[in-house]
Write a protein that binds this ligand. Structure first.
Ligand code: DOR
Ligand code: ZN
Length: 352
């Protein structure tokens, strides 16, 4: 006799953290900070501002601006990623090691993505800096794509792994490395096989979509991000990694707002703005994969464990409830088309 268990209508999990988010700066913080703090207790805040956040002083000022934008009834603990440059000094690394609001350094290959012009031009030339980071326990967060024009955009992540990450993880076995927003089976396999100081974040869009969602029937600019969506077999590998229960894979939304005019244009910016529905998007994906029981580890435990931070002690509750993601969000006199705009979602975070 088979007994069928009713599917749950409510799910309570430890409060999650977002280990990769773009909050931007200025007036926009009034929108992005509450949107992220609604769900997440901690967030790793990306430093690709103009000019970039390259040292602890700039990070402290930026963090202050973020905290000033936090509504008084919310709690939030932003952890700042510093922007690694070819000129980052050992002193800057050591200052980062002493500052608990700084999580590590983000390596952007110069030219790889939004505001990466000041990024690293020669990864090989960074060995001395990585050595200091390893010595002082400062993690390396990586945008893993090569930038050579002759390398096909769909191969850029794999080439970066083979050319740079395999050697780095062998040369620096005690350096914590997070391969951010992975998009390929190659990346998932690399992380799974690497030593236990190597982990990866996975975005909602890379679990929910593949490149057909970008290109079939038209060009869907709001699904365009970097690294770009890959073919379905890669999406399936990411789904498997995210729901595997492996502590090497955890939540990082890469929520990255660009105003509507900068997306809906001849050369649209890269970035999916998912903060308003982030946990619901992951819940949707995990539910469709029949893996809701794996959501809490991925969203709330593994990232904290990897960074040697305590797990959060409070909880959030998601209700099974069909609703539609917003079509457009406004702040000041500007508007943004969020990721998944207008589409159905099957779960909703309960607000108190
Ligand atoms: O799609 C992306 N948007 N990928 C990135 O790496 C950067 C981000 C942004 O800052 O807009
Ligand atoms: Zn990002």
């Amino acid at each position: 006799m088979s007994v069928s268990t009713p599917s749950p209508t409510s799910l309570t999990i430890t409060r999650p953290d977002d280990w990769h988010v773009h909050l931007r700066d200025g007036d926009m913080l009034g929108m992005t900070v509450p949107a992220t703090a609604r769900t997440f207790h901690r967030a790793v805040v990306m430093p690709n501002l103009v000019p970039p956040v390259t040292n602890v002083e700039l990070a402290a000022q930026y963090r202050q601006r973020i905290m000033s934008a936090l509504p008084s009834d919310m709690t939030f603990d932003p952890r700042m990623a510093l922007y690694l440059t070819q000129d980052t000094t050992a002193e800057t690394v050591m200052a980062a090691a002493q500052d608990e609001t700084v999580i590590g350094f983000k390596l952007y290959p110069a030219g790889a993505t939004t505001n990466s012009a000041a990024g690293v031009r020669s990864v090989e030339g960074m060995a001395a800096t990585l050595e200091v980071m390893q010595e002082h326990g400062v993690p390396l967060l990586v945008h893993g794509e090569v930038t050579e024009p002759e390398i096909d955009i769909f191969d850029r992540e794999k080439v970066f792994i083979d050319r740079y990450l395999v050697p780095i993880t062998e040369q620096f076995p005690r350096l914590k490395v997070v391969l951010e927003h992975i998009t390929t089976k190659d990346a998932a396999d690399f992380v799974a096989a690497a030593h236990d100081q190597v982990a990866a974040t996975i975005t909602p869009q890379h679990i929910l979509m593949n490149r057909n969602d970008l290109l079939v029937g038209g060009v869907y600019v709001h699904n365009y991000c970097l690294p770009v969506l890959k073919r379905r077999t890669h999406q399936e590998a990411l789904q498997k990694a995210a729901t595997s229960g492996s502590p090497k894979f955890f939540l990082g939304t890469d929520s990255a707002p660009h105003v509507r005019e900068k997306k809906e244009t001849a050369c649209g910016c890269a970035g999916c703005f998912s903060a308003f529905t982030a946990i619901e998007l992951y819940a949707q994906a995990f539910a469709e994969l029949d893996a809701l029981d794996k959501l809490e580890g991925f969203a709330s435990h593994f990232g904290a464990d990897f960074y040697d931070l305590p797990r959060n002690t409070d909880t959030i509750t998601l209700q099974k409830y069909t609703w539609n993601a917003p079509e457009l969000v406004h702040h000041g006199d500007q508007s943004w088309v969020p990721y998944w705009a207008g589409r159905e979602l099957m779960w909703q975070q309960q607000t108190l």
